[in-house]
Write a protein that binds this ligand. Structure first.
Ligand SMILES: *Cc1c(COP(=O)(O)O)cnc(C)c1O
Length: 371
């Protein structure tokens, strides 16, 4: 008797959708019945709930995670002639936000242990033009915020968190989104807290900054047809806010399930050819991505894929080697750690609702890889 082989997609929303089906349909019905689609009670309720969740005074909804970062930079008055420090191994949106406001990104290498920016390398990148440090909580684990905030304080810089991968992650007991001057979140469907479409928000404790960000995302308008800034249109719509409000109460349980899967991977994978990620002291990792490294990454990828296990790479080409950033003038070899991670990183399946058999299949396949 042959058993059906267990296949494991890289990600599936199905288990979450089945569990929250009635809540999500209820949210949709409520918005339709209310016949109000932008800037209403659903937005206000979600913003309040997410600000409380993160432990901050303000949450301002916007169109997506990239816009959240752009709105923060604009509201801080950062623009042409300014420099902003960002990690060399992030998703391109972090760096695009800096470019969109006309500032120059200055890329700083990470540590291989954390995949987050190496605080020991930041100071050397500070110049008289530096205005801010963009701290990315990559893969779901917080950047070293005490060190980053201390450097920022010493040089009079703003600290912006790119928390797009870190909903619910903590650093020394405090949530991502409350660890700098302002934070940008994405609610792209694949994030730990995902909408059913594009959405994002900014969190901050700064009253004046929150007010400016809300105006900037609504045509620079503080009240109707009164425009104080050349703003943009980037708002959270009622429907996405209602879906997010339905999902937020389940975020901690869904993150706990990711942590349970990660704990099994870390305890049961033991292949010397595969380097596992680390959860650092002071951090509660929410495992947006479970990133391993392997010298022969492409062979590991093929090995897993032929066994029906989905994988991904975050990210296959570092930003400084993308055509879009040829202007940086940084060739191959300029940022060796970002290049090393791009060449060796493989992301394993990690999603709410993975079955024990699926987790076991991933563990067995990794352990059986002959590197
Ligand atoms: C997803 C992501 C973004 C951008 O979010 P969008 O909602 O897709 O615009 C920014 N930074 C990081 C690190 C991300 O992972």
């Amino acid at each position: 008797m042959s058993e059906t082989p267990v296949t494991v997609p890289f990600v599936s929303f199905r288990p979450m959708e089945r569990e929250l089906d009635a809540d999500l349909r209820g949210a949709f019905a409520r918005v339709l019945d209310n016949s109000w689609y932008i800037g209403g009670r659903e937005d206000a309720a979600f913003e309040k709930a997410f600000a409380d969740y993160c432990g901050v005074r303000h949450c301002v909804g916007c169109g997506n995670g990239l816009d959240a970062l752009v709105l923060i930079l604009k509201a801080m008055g950062i623009g042409p002639g300014d420099e902003v420090i960002a990690p060399s191994n992030t998703f391109i949106a972090t760096v695009l936000a800096i470019s969109y406001v006309g500032a120059a990104p200055v890329l700083v290498e990470p540590t291989l242990e954390s995949y987050n920016i190496d605080p020991a390398r930041i100071e050397a990148a500070v110049t008289p033009r530096t205005k801010a440090i963009m701290a990315v909580h990559l893969y779901g684990q917080c950047a070293p915020m005490d060190e980053i905030n201390a450097i920022a304080h010493a040089h009079g810089l703003k600290v912006i968190e790119d928390a797009a991968q870190a909903h619910g992650a903590t650093y020394k007991g405090r949530r991502a989104g409350s660890l700098g001057d302002a934070a940008g979140f994405s609610f792209y469907p694949g994030k730990n807290l995902g909408a059913l479409g594009d959405a994002g928000c900014v969190t901050t404790n700064d009253d004046a900054l929150a007010e400016r960000i809300r105006a900037l995302g609504n045509y620079g308008s503080d009240y109707k047809y009164h425009h104080v800034y050349k703003g943009q249109n980037s708002r959270l719509d009622e429907l996405q806010a209602a879906f997010l409000a339905a999902k937020l109460p389940h975020l901690d349980a869904m993150n706990a399930e990711r942590r349970r899967i990660a704990a099994r991977y870390l305890a049961e994978m033991h292949n010397p050819a595969v380097t596992l990620p680390a959860e650092l002291p002071d951090c509660t990792h929410v495992w947006h991505i479970f990133a391993v490294r392997c010298a022969d990454r492409d062979a590991l990828e093929k090995h897993l894929n032929t066994r029906g296990i989905g994988t991904n790479k975050h990210y296959p080409t570092p930003i400084h080697l993308q055509g879009a950033y040829a202007e940086l003038g940084l060739g191959r070899g300029a940022l060796p750690l970002a290049e090393e991670i791009s060449a060796t990183e493989l992301s394993l399946p990690m999603f709410y609702g993975m079955t024990d058999a699926q987790v076991q299949a991933v563990i067995d396949a990794v352990n059986e890889f002959e590197g």
